[in-house]
Design a protein around this ligand. Structure first.
Ligand SMILES: [Zn+2]
Length: 89
């Protein structure tokens, strides 16, 4: 089966109530989440498209990169949630 470590469904949703009306810090954290998820999705796309074609070392390197992007996402997301809780914005 798939060796891709995560699927989209396991990521969960980025809080959808973040709009351009939010405070700058909230918007900053939100865009950090979006960038991380974008990097992650591009890496996963490469893995899925090139599976069986990429040399194993390349595949593993991209998979590791994907894991670091999803970790960055998780961190940004918890920062965002903490900010919203503390700041009430
Ligand atoms: Zn705020």
């Amino acid at each position: 089966m798939s060796t891709v470590p995560f699927v989209r469904n396991e990521i969960g949703e980025i809080p959808s109530d973040v709009t351009s009306e939010g405070c700058w810090h909230k918007r900053f954290l939100f865009s950090k989440c979006c960038f991380a998820i974008g990097d992650y999705e591009r890496a996963i796309e490469v893995l899925e498209l090139r599976r069986g074609v990429l040399p194993k070392s390349d595949y593993d390197a991209i998979r590791l990169a994907a894991e670091s992007y999803i970790a960055a996402y998780a961190e940004a997301r918890s920062e965002l949630e903490r900010h919203i809780a503390e700041h009430g914005c």
